[in-house]
Ligand binder design. Structure first.
Ligand code: PHE
Ligand code: ZN
Length: 880
């Protein structure tokens, strides 16, 4: 393990490289313990660079086996090689030259899943962000673009399949028992997009004809025998390719597009040029083993990686500070894609839920950072909800401010102007400023200021003059390294809903407003509307047009009015959710103080009415019925959190709703969607509604019987896991639950991805007792500490999906996590660091738990041999 050097990288120190790479030829002789890598690179000194400036190449745990300049062995006095760098002196002043670097690496021993490693006998690479330097010495940074030719040599029996980026040039026998293949990628790319895969895999094939009539071969490689489970991913791939042509005019640019599914992967998937590598969880699906949520994830991730071909690959990032340039934008594009494939409001509701659940707490805690960070110690720790999800929201706001047409023009200009380049956020924003004539200087603060802005809103209605005024004031709390903040540009979509449910049309007399959006650009601003015929109810931040929190005194009656009449479906859900949140927060506070909970009849009535309202989409009703989670309530309360009182208050409210709607829920739970199973949005919505209804009706009945019957009769994984979850979470001690868990285990023990659901459901069973269950499950024969998916399913679900279990009053949850993090850090620092981020909200806990959390973190930071990844997270978590 490479331990921390304490080095910090700063955006302001950016400098282009001294040497320009023209092209690179790589040859791999694959071997599990001794793979030979020969890299021939043609470079020249950049104009203006001093003649004695050395060439400095990055490495990571490398040993140099050979070094040549223009084919001649280089004098030892002219270079220095360490595991992390290779420095070469005495290179030509102006003429291009070729250096040949030979390294030997051991893929089998590479447990970090970065660089070249092996998973189930398959050789595979992961180079983002800095994995290429674990393969060969190179200028491993995104602004070094080169044309790659790659030759892979391997034993035929071990690796009948030899893949790399670009188009296949040719191949054949090499020597006794070995063969080779050569690939050429004509598009200049940074090293992080390099990929190689070699092994014995099954394939499904298809093809796509681009809008200009070019034929593209499509291949998805999976383990033998699992080919049919890649059918859905293939379908999504073709839909994504078509969508990018139709919506952005972007065509695919190689003869072949390949996806390889592997079972050991640190992230979701990777957009390597022409050769995407996926965590198999996001490729494999069939009704028997995948849930509706799995299908939805596959849809979005396949699309996301494909969309990177233009936003990320053809136009890439100048440096890693600009990560959101490709990630935020590509998430924005996959959101739009999914909205077009499914119900747009329901999709948006789930995005809002994700943003609030993951990004808001990040922004409110010690790990808060701007969408474009200004410094980092370990870039791997910046693949965050802020960079991805908030980064996407920022792009969405640009579109809100510019309007659809100008936004598309700006994107066209961006593709046109920067194709083949490595660029910055400034370059991106300049395109939108130019096409719209707007000054985006203030808007650009969204990229540099961390934290979630808060907007307090007050309204005055003057009946005599028919004037309605809205006063808004924005604040932004300090975040690590940023104590003072500037005033931002917040685009807030709005509606004024009148007494009769109609909407007042008309823009305000004062304050900037266009197309249904109020532009809050000052600290405090009043927007005045005239000729408003009755007291309106303000629906603000409709559709979550800006990722902010709104503080507004709004009565339950007004929220109910919005929920009933708003023309925007997302806003109707927001009103219901706000109503539920207000009530749950009050209930949790009362419970903590030992007071009886407030009456929840009003909330229960409106939820039951929504459940029964057949004019509404089923998926929408399911969303409305899913009350804010314990963690959502905790976030609203903000400090001095007692997870137990939150849980008990929430359960009381759930029970009230369940009682009030017992008959409605009973009927809905029985409305099992049609057979055979289909993963489309409509039928998924039907299952979501019957699933949430099942959970309410079981609560009302106080018996596991109904859930057990559903479990036994389930013919698809969605319904099966819904029922299993009701059993395990509501009736942990029941015989039915034990039986269902055992049935599930014996039926799916050969399918690790399905066993992940079994681990996760058990790990999320609320309450202090779950900790021992989690420990026992870690000894289960189905568990594998080395596999990131298994760790996330068990440990990750426990720490981020089980507030009462993880935050146990005796601190045992924190200690369990910290011990596991230290153990994994030895093998896979990226995974260890990511798991540790579950501690990020520790300061919001009540003092007793806070102290126990602190002690667990201090124990981690006291360990001398920590990876840079974990060192960075633990120190920021303690400091913030
Ligand atoms: N670039 C990948 C994506 O978002 C994520 C990733 C980052 C994968 C780093 C692996 C390593 O699509
Ligand atoms: Zn991405």
């Amino acid at each position: 393990m490479r331990t921390d050097t304490g080095q910090v990288f700063h955006l302001k120190n950016y400098k282009p490289t001294d040497f320009v790479v023209e092209r690179i030829d790589l040859t791999f002789e694959l071997d599990p313990v001794a793979t030979l890598v020969v890299s021939r690179v043609i470079l020249h000194r950049r104009a203006g660079v001093a003649e004695d400036a050395p060439l400095v190449l990055d490495g990571d745990e490398l040993t140099l086996e050979g070094l040549q300049l223009d084919g001649e062995d280089l004098d030892h006095a002219l270079f220095t090689a360490t595991p992390d760098s290779l420095t070469i002196h005495g290179l030509p002043a102006t003429a291009p030259f070729e250096i040949t670097v030979t390294t030997r690496i051991a893929p089998e021993a590479n447990t970090k899943l970065s660089g070249l490693y092996r998973t189930k006998g398959v050789y595979c690479t992961q180079c983002e962000a800095e994995g290429f330097r674990r393969i060969t010495y190179f200028q491993d940074r995104p602004d070094v673009l080169a044309v790659y030719t790659v030759t892979v040599i391997a034993r035929k029996d071990e690796a009948p399949l030899l893949l790399s980026n670009g188009n296949y040039l040719g191949g054949g026998n090499y020597d006794e028992g070995r063969h080779f293949a050569t690939w050429f990628d004509p598009h200049p790319k940074p090293a992080y997009l390099f990929a190689l895969v070699a092994g014995d895999l099954g394939v499904i094939e298809d093809s796509f004809t681009t809008q200009s009539g070019r034929q593209v071969a499509l291949r998805i490689y999976v383990e033998h025998g699992k080919e049919l489970r890649a059918t859905y991913a293939m379908d999504v791939l073709k839909r994504s390719m078509r969508w990018d042509e139709e919506v952005y005019g972007r065509e695919y640019d190689l003869d072949i597009f390949m996806i390889v599914a592997v079972s050991d992967f640190n992230m979701g998937a990777m957009e390597n040029k022409g050769l995407n590598v996926f965590n198999d969880k996001y490729v494999l699906a069939d009704p028997e083993t995948a849930t509706d949520a799995d299908y939805a994830n596959i849809e979005i991730i396949v699309a996301h990686e494909y969309f990177h071909n233009w936003t990320g690959n053809r136009i890439t990032c100048r440096d890693w500070f600009q990560l959101c340039l490709k990630e935020g934008l590509t998430v924005y594009r996959d959101h739009c894609f999914a909205a077009d494939q499914r119900s747009a409001p329901v999709k948006r509701i789930s995005e809002i839920r994700v943003l609030k659940a993951h990004q808001f707490p990040e922004d409110a805690g010690p790990l808060a950072h701007p969408v474009r960070p200004a410094s980092y110690r370990e870039i791997n720790n910046f693949y965050t909800a802020t960079v991805y999800e908030k980064g996407s929201e920022v792009v969405g706001m640009i579109r809100t401010i510019l309007g659809r047409e100008a936004f598309r023009k700006g994107m066209d200009l961006y593709f046109d102007r920067h194709d083949g380049e490595a660029v910055t956020i400034e370059d991106f924003l300049a395109c939108f400023a130019e096409v719209s004539g707007r000054d985006l200087t203030q808007f650009a603060l969204w990229y540099s200021q961390a934290g979630t802005p808060s907007v307090s809103v007050s309204t005055v209605w003057n009946e005599a003059t028919s004037v309605f005024s809205v006063t808004m004031e924005q604040t932004l709390a300090p975040t690590p390294g940023q104590s003072r903040k500037q005033v931002m540009h917040l685009p807030l979509a709005y509606g004024l809903i009148l007494e009769d449910g109609g909407e007042h049309v008309g823009t305000p007399r004062s304050g900037e407003a266009r197309d249904g959006v109020l532009h809050l650009t000052k600290r405090k601003q009043t927007f005045t509307f005239e000729g408003v015929p009755s007291r309106p109810v303000l629906s603000i931040n409709r559709g979550f047009s800006a990722p902010v929190t709104i503080a507004m005194e709004q009565s339950a009656a007004d929220l109910a009015h919005i929920a009933r009449h708003d023309t925007d479906g997302v806003a109707r859900w927001q009103a219901l959710n706000d109503h539920a949140t207000l009530h749950l927060v009050a209930a949790a506070r009362f419970t903590r103080d030992g007071r009886p909970a407030p009456d929840g009849k009003e909330l229960a009535d409106i939820l039951v009415a929504t459940a029964a309202d057949e004019s509404l989409e089923q998926a929408f009703r399911a969303q409305a019925l899913s009350l804010p989670a314990e963690s959502d309530i905790a976030r609203e309360i903000g400090s001095n959190i007692d997870p137990d009182s939150i849980r008990s208050a929430r359960e009381t409210v759930l029970a009230e709703v369940a009682r009030a709607g017992r008959d409605v829920f009973g009927r809905l739970a029985e409305k099992m969607p049609e057979v055979p199973y289909s993963p489309d949005a409509l039928s998924a919505g039907a299952r979501a509604l019957s699933g949430v209804a099942l959970s309410y009706v079981c609560l009302a009945e106080g018996s596991p019987q109904r859930a057990k019957t559903v479990f036994d009769g389930a013919d698809n994984m969605t319904v099966m896991t819904q029922a299993l979850q009701v059993l395990a979470h509501q009736f942990p001690e029941a015989e039915e639950t034990t039986e269902a868990l055992a049935t599930f285990e014996s039926r799916f023990e050969d399918n690790p991805l399905v066993m992940d659901k079994w681990f996760a459901i058990q790990a999320m069973a609320p309450g202090a007792a779950t900790l021992d269950r989690v420990k026992a499950l870690m000894d289960s024969p189905h568990f594998d500490r080395q596999n990131p998916n298994r760790m996330r399913a068990l440990i990750g679900s426990f720490t981020s999906g089980n507030p009462t279990g993880f935050n146990r009053a005796d601190g045992a949850g924190f200690r369990l996590l910290c011990e596991e993090v230290l153990a994994i850090d030895q093998r896979n620092p990226q995974l260890a660091a990511r798991l540790l981020t579950a501690m990020r909200s520790w300061r919001a806990l009540e003092p007793g738990r806070q102290e126990l959390a602190r002690l667990a973190l201090v124990a981690v930071s006291g360990v001398a041999e920590l990876s840079t990844d974990v060192r960075d997270i633990v120190e920021r978590t303690l400091a913030g």
